[in-house]
Design a binder for this molecule. Sequence first.
Ligand code: COA
Ligand code: AMP
Length: 629
Amino acid sequence: MTYKAEYERSINEPEDFWGEAARLIDWETAPSRILDDANPPFYRWFPDGVLNTCYNALDRHVDGGRADQPALIYDSAVTETVKTYTYRELRDEVALLAGALVEFGVTKGDTVIIYMPMIPETAMAMLACARIGAVHSVVFGGFAANELATRIDHAKPAVILSASCGIEPGRIVEYKPLLDEAIALADHKPHTVMMLQRPQAVATMVDGRDVDWSEAVGRAAPAPCVPVSSTDPLYILYTSGTTGEPKGVVRDNGGHAVALAWSMRALYDVEPGEVYWAASDVGWVVGHSYIVYAPLFHGCTTVLYEGKPVGTPDPGAFWRVISQHGVSVLFTAPTAFRAIKRDDPDGVYIKQYDLSRFRTLFLAGERCDPDTLHWAEEKLGVPVIDHWWQTESGWPMVTNPVGIEVFPVKAGSPTLPVPGYDIRVLDDEGNECEPGQVGAIVVRLPLPPGALLTLWDADERFLDAYMEQYPGYYASADAGYMDEDGYVYIMSRMDDIINVAGHRLSTGAIEEVLADHPDVAECAVVGVSDELKGQLPLGFVVLQAGADRDPAEVESELIALVRKRIGPVVSFKTAVVVKRLPKTRSGKTLRSTMRQIADGEEWKTPPTIEDPTVLDEIAESLLAIGYGT
Ligand code: COA
Ligand code: AMP
């Protein structure tokens, strides 16, 4: 079967294509209908199918001959621990944890927030929710109390699962004080907090609300899998929108299971029984899909790694894990490779390990610069596959589909549309662009199984954010083009999202925090280029008239404020006080020109500018702090 034939069948006969893929999943009731298109753009896949996601990830493998195969290897470089769970052990642990949730009154359809570090219990927590039909929402540990509070108020969890701390190189991040603060800030109060005590920090418990994880699991009875409708929500994953209010991407059970199970062989070319490692965090979509669900649906062994690519203890960390656990496929972000390359440019550490079972490297999460791609290809001697996707899609939309057919790599392009994704490039009028012409990257509806159903409790925002700009298409908010061979090139975001170390962040959300400082009259945040992290946020602020403050002092207060309100993951390290912001005559701040100046790119004074001298002032302020030329 060639890619072309597979792709065309997926687009022209989607029901046939996905009906066949649905056989990769064990259904309690197999779907008799494949696509419900009665209410576009709210398409639903396998509408009358009934299944359980946790059963498909664990129980069916225990029953089907993989009971003693490792399901999950926890490798913690920061605590120097390795622990392996077989499919039977993982199923049993998850069933008990699910039993504890049931005892706390959690039932099908209830929401549960998971605020946890990279430990096996986090994956167990997700699977335990799936087991009883509860809807999980994992919140990344690098977010501050405020962000967590916003998600608590929006998702309204009955129960929160957490752990006493995360471990970052050189410091213990105590989660409990952040969680307590978040619950105090939120209007919605969960009735139970289940707290896993890690030895590195002991959490103080709140009487009547907090329960000890081990005790609760110790007295629980294992819970069976609860059958749910294919279209019932499996999880909510919040991601940055254009404002401080995050978007709660909703994924279903059936479409998600089918798409992810299908992707493992077709896109990642991996077989059941092989070791698959996504070096990401379970708090991000890559972690949801390719640390937890997809490898387990497919009967692989997944690696859950607590550590960094460098410094834990050295730039050989990834090669140590690959050789020690026999990893076949690694998936990570280009930033991780830029960090390794920076610390080990000649690849000396690579040569110290046996990487003979390592077959393919996949990169995603941000634009893959050709230097990093070529360095990885040369030093590792395996194919390096850049692929493009988003929290919204949940799995790749553009890739080199190596399990179907291998295409020549063109640096800078993630290659070809994935079967199921009818990718087009449109101009401002909604007409299709010529090859090579940059436009908006969109996907013709319906989106395939596994993509977002809607935004949690926000159907209108879903329509407004993704569906209304180009009727009949999903607007990805990425700009790019296709070449004459159909290769897709992703160039930049069209909104105010920036990508910092593969982490998606909103400059609008940072601006909201800066604007809250009492001495700030106006502000603008742009994403400037960074050699390691791809982009970094840079803030410009104008002080209130009459604010008699030392600019340097305000700048450091602003840096602390962003860290406190949004979290360390933003890496907001530079704010600069300026006299004025450059504006158009209609009052729009000229952020892209400011970014060009900061990046030392050639820039032109926009004809719509109100006062061109402001740009010179900006350039001068930037030069003083080492930006621009
Ligand atoms: N909990 C608490 N704090 C966290 C955290 C977590 N889960 N994850 C990150 N942070 C903190 C870090 O400690 C750091 O704090 P600091 O400002 O005090 O140093 C800050 O957030 C920024 O983190 P990060 O972006 O990870 O930078 P880093 O300097 O610690 O590490 C890299 C740089 C390149 C090694 C790291 O970004 C990396 O491994 N990137 C891979 C990207 C990735 O996995 N992306 C996921 C999408 S596929
Ligand atoms: P997230 O939702 O966090 O996965 O971030 C999605 C965004 O990251 C996309 O909209 C792109 O802007 C960017 N992105 C992800 N993968 C790639 C890639 N392979 N090439 C270029 N940009 C990417």
